[in-house]
Design a protein around this ligand. Structure first.
Ligand code: MOS
Length: 736
């Protein structure tokens, strides 16, 4: 494997436990008395259950109960995250005989062992009545509907600046192209698992990997008709979330109900295949991009239209033009999004949910325009940069996309690129292509309450809303607090993903670091200020560490708290935080718009006979404001690049339109890039703090990291071959 950028910065605080296997995940729970659940999936895509025969299942030794809609009793839905509720979808299995999608749970077996539960689940005989269904976004019966008509909120309306249609008519050069992206599934390494346990006094404890412990808590309380105070959710470590774990799942209440009915803790671990059908995924989308440019090489008009798949029961919104409207200074812009109902579980957020597909389409079209004009793709982008948001007219809180492009092209050696397709060859005869693309992602901040406590033995305890999904939030918090208090990083204990420690806002949308770090830092500073004040004019107080000051004071401990919210967010937003609801997803800042930016430079090599596409080299430069933790920031970008390679060249969830559901629902057939597919990845940062957004100057990185990787690859493939491919993932046969 090729050489990697040398690592820098402190090590991850969770690294050793992870590689030793000491980190415990929900599925590792093996307490005494645990019962095990297994789900029975629907084999039809739409209709209803007419009969269930559980006799054979109940004869399996160790089976306790087979739960169906007939015997489970009544319970509420948790509601839909984007519709004022808590769940990834509003529809809830087993509340009725209704079947809304293939793979939906129609029964759940609970037994003494996982083996017995699975064996019995396979023996549950379900009879169904099927009705016609729509399997894909391209089905003849599918009916796209204007999002602006379905969802009245301003953020889902068409995006307009100037008069795009008229400007397009008058443009000297135009591009008009259509792009397709498939359904994809997140496939985090840690599949979803839940352990539910009731205490003798009726308190429910849920252990489940989630990005949104508070929504699990409040959603379950609503579903079960109990007080939120009687539910605690613990999710200290999550083995990858990527949006699939961002809300209440559709099995959690079933496990809680089973545990209550049987008087024992119950564990459910979904299978990899069930993950494809019981949790959210990236919906398919179809894009049409029209661009107009003048003879001087200025983009004068853009129309970006998106059709995106949703479920029949929920409206998962599309929001791709939020970033394509902001990539360049195009005075006449129209963004229009439509939703297409299909019979699936509700799709949802998957890393850069809208931004990756939208950037693929838009940045491919921008490359097409650069070639139509005969302009270098980097120079063309720089010539169309902007300091002002074309949609709102507001300035950017900070914007260093031009620096990302300039820094990246110099480090990549872009000046040595020859413009003409098929003009660069490797010594072995492979076609070489160099491509570039830009990405952006909104810089959002959620409300948070942070508590820092220092004990005289030197232990520092930090509690804040946030979820450790592997992105390194504990490392960033530990480094920040250790610096302020002059404490060793190892002395810092961090409670995140724990509804008993601090209110847990959804960790998503790349707002984790910018949400948790500023209040944590402020609380630590308050604690330090308090200790210094206390020490007064005592000698040495200035250079002393927090623990030295504490000991000198004779107090057993000291603590401090900080509450923070985004600029422009009202005080009531803390009510949403403690109520398990996301702060308005906007965000709408009064004086500016805020986005992170990135530029990706990609080399592809294409074997001339087989057309095998390799990506030996990617170089990415990100503008994410202050880099809080260099090591984890780099690894976020590397992960984003790897995912971009997967999105461009590998990943697609296949549907057989006759049956619905997803065909390749396992890691053997849902093809991901492996280490051998990854070459050199170089990562750099602009590193300029965005102090308009927050005191630490942090913007956010998790998702912008992958925005633009796919179009940079596809643009490189065009440069290598002269073939413009507009459908992901690319197939070798497209190049023959
Ligand atoms: Mo992310 S896809 O907002 O969890």
């Amino acid at each position: 494997m090729a050489k990697r950028t040398p690592r820098a910065g402190a090590e991850r605080v969770d690294a050793r436990d992870k590689v030793r296997g000491a980190t415990r995940y929900a599925a590792d729970d093996a307490r005494a008395g645990l019962l095990h659940a297994a789900l029975v999936p629907s084999r039809i895509a739409r209709g209803s259950v007419t009969a269930i025969d559980t006799a054979a299942a109940q004869r399996v030794r160790g089976v306790r109960t087979v739960f169906t809609h007939q015997n489970i009793g009544s319970f509420d839905t948790g509601g839909f995250l984007m519709g004022g509720g808590f769940g990834f979808q509003s529809f809830h299995p087993l509340r009725s005989p209704q079947i809304a999608y293939r793979g939906q749970t129609v029964a759940m077996v609970v037994a003494d062992t996982p083996e017995a539960a699975r064996e019995a689940a396979a023996l549950v005989a379900v009879t169904c009545a099927a009705i016609p269904f729509v399997a894909t976004i391209d089905a003849p019966e599918a009916q796209p509907q204007a999002q602006s008509a379905l969802l009245p909120q301003p953020m889902f309306a068409d995006r307009r600046a100037g008069d795009a249609e008229a400007a397009l008519q008058g443009a000297a050069f135009t591009v008009d192209a259509a792009y397709e992206l498939p359904v994809q599934h997140q496939n985090p390494m840690e599949i979803i698992a839940t352990v539910a346990e009731w205490s003798a006094d009726g308190v429910l404890t849920i252990h489940e990997p989630t990005q949104n412990a508070e929504s699990v808590r409040h959603g379950l309380a609503k579903q079960l008709g109990i007080e939120p105070a009687r539910v605690r959710v613990l999710s200290p470590t999550v083995g990858g979330g990527f949006g699939q774990k961002n809300s209440l799942q559709s099995h959690t209440a079933l496990v809680a109900i089973a545990a209550r009915a049987l008087g024992r803790p119950v564990k459910l671990v979904l299978s990899r295949s069930q993950l494809f059908h019981n949790a959210s995924f990236r919906p398919a989308s179809r894009h049409r991009v029209r661009l107009g440019a003048d003879r001087g090489g200025k983009l004068v008009a853009a129309i970006h239209e998106i059709d995106q798949q949703t479920s029949r029961h929920d409206l998962f919104p599309s929001n791709g033009t939020e970033i394509t409207a902001r990539l360049y200074g195009i005075g006449n812009f129209l963004g229009r999004e439509r939703l297409v109902r299909t019979d699936v579980q509700t799709p949802g957020y998957m890393r850069a949910p809208f931004e990756h597909p939208a950037a693929f389409a838009f940045e491919s079209a921008v490359d097409e325009m650069a070639y139509a004009l005969g302009r270098d793709p980097v120079a063309f982008r720089l010539a169309n940069d902007t300091a002002v948001d074309p949609i709102s007219g507001k300035p950017f809180s900070s914007r260093h996309l031009a620096e990302c492009l300039a820094k990246g092209s110099s480090a990549f050696g872009w000046a040595r690129r020859t413009m003409v397709p098929r003009s660069m060859r490797a010594p072995d005869g492979s076609l070489i292509g160099w491509g570039v693309a830009a990405g952006a992602y909104k810089a959002a901040i959620a409300p948070a309450i942070a508590k820092v406590r220092l004990d005289a033995n030197g232990t520092v305890r930090v509690a804040v809303g946030g979820h450790e999904m592997g992105q390194g939030i504990r490392t960033a918090i530990a480094l920040t607090v250790a610096r302020v208090l002059g404490a060793p990083v190892a002395a810092v204990e961090i409670l995140v993903g724990d509804t008993t420690a601090a209110p847990q806002h959804l960790t998503a949308g790349s707002w984790g670091t910018a949400t948790a770090l500023p209040p944590v830092k402020e609380a630590a500073q308050r604690l330090m200020d308090d200790l210094r004040q206390n020490a007064g004019a005592q000698a040495g107080a200035n250079g002393a560490t927090a623990v030295a000051l504490l000991r000198a004071s004779g107090r057993p401990f000291a603590e401090a708290e900080s509450r923070m919210r985004a600029p422009g967010q009202p005080e009531q937003v803390f009510g949403r935080l403690t109520g398990g609801l996301p702060a308005a997803a906007g965000p709408v800042y009064p004086d500016f718009v805020a986005f992170s930016f990135i530029a990706h430079f990609v080399e592809v090599r294409i074997e001339p006979t087989t057309r095998r596409i390799r990506v030996p080299r990617v170089l990415s430069v990100a503008d994410c404001g202050t880099v809080a933790s260099l090591r984890t920031a780099r690894s976020q970008v590397e992960g984003g690049v790897v995912w971009g390679i997967g999105a461009a060249l590998r990943e697609a969830s296949e549907v057989d339109a006759r049956y619905g559901g997803f065909l390749n629902a396992d890691l053997a057939e849902y093809v991901l890039p492996v280490a051998a597919d990854i070459g050199r990845i170089d990562v750099d940062f602009v590193g300029k703090p965005d102090t308009r957004l927050n005191a630490m100057g942090v913007k956010g990185l998790g998702e912008v990291a992958m925005v633009g990787v796919a179009p940079a690859i596809v643009n490189a493939v065009f440069h290598a071959t002269g073939k413009r491919l507009r459908r992901l993932p690319l197939r070798l046969e497209d190049l023959l």
